[in-house]
Ligand binder design. Sequence first.
Ligand code: ZN
Ligand code: ZN
Length: 330
Amino acid sequence: MASNREILMSELEQVKQKLPNIEGVTLEGCLPEIVRLHIYVDEMRQMTCVMQFLETYPTEPVVVELKSKTLTEKLLDGVVKLCDAEARKYIGQKQVILLVNFLKQFLIDNPLCIVNDEVGKVKKELLSDEDKCKLMQSASQVLLKVREEEYYMSFKISVPAQYPKQQIQLEITENNFPDILKINFLGQAIEIARQCVQPPLKKKPKEPPFEPKPSLYPVCEYLIKECIKRYAKETCPLCNERVLPQNPEDVTKLDKRKRIERVYCGHLFHYFCLYKFMKSPPFSAGKFCPTCGKQIFHDKFKVSAELQEARWAHKQARQRELAEVVDFLE
Ligand SMILES: [Zn+2]
Ligand SMILES: [Zn+2]
């Protein structure tokens, strides 16, 4: 009967012959002590695999170690475990080529492996128990359904093969936020993704050269933390009452005075609260958000301080006149 060593030597001969024929696989070393090879699917999905054999091999699984410049250690740790489970299916057989094919297929079948850690962080830090996150590996998409009280939003994130050099694509598939907010959420989220991959127009002299950054987590953080979880319960900085109605269906029934106004800093106001605030003095230094202190810019109130002063004075004068008329009539 052949010894384990002889079985291994004959397997390595076969590896030397067959491995170079597998597309994307490069054999870098093939000794009984160590087999080293590189698996390449695309720029982001590639790894180096080091295999070692116990004296008892092949009655024990081959020992696999994975390294990658693009895939994270956490992901690779998980893949090593899968690899070990796979190897155990082939106890007593030649395992090297079977495992190389297994690893290559894993990279092909799981394009989202390049965002593995980011998705983990989204689940851990941004989602609560009733929120849902689903991975569609075949389409390279992450589906999220996030809710806060009665408000919800479902969105789809597509991860391109050139990620993170290329930004994620975002689509809001379902939601019950008022349109004015939804349009804003989407526009801002797309802008955040763009800024991750495109250098700013004006480069600051001392800054290091621009490097594209992963855009999946920043977009999710904005949409989940800054939009969905926040705006559902946002209160008006002027009267401290909720701005979005408890029941989303009541948005269309809102009294004109309670209409939702979103200002530059992102805070929500009731239309009438903001109107009163913007139309009362002092005007000269500008108007500032009571919650965050940022200046309020709003299309509807784009009027110079001088004009505001003049209008206010005029209104006061008219009111005085009216009061005088009333006095006179009494
Ligand atoms: Zn208010
Ligand atoms: Zn504000």
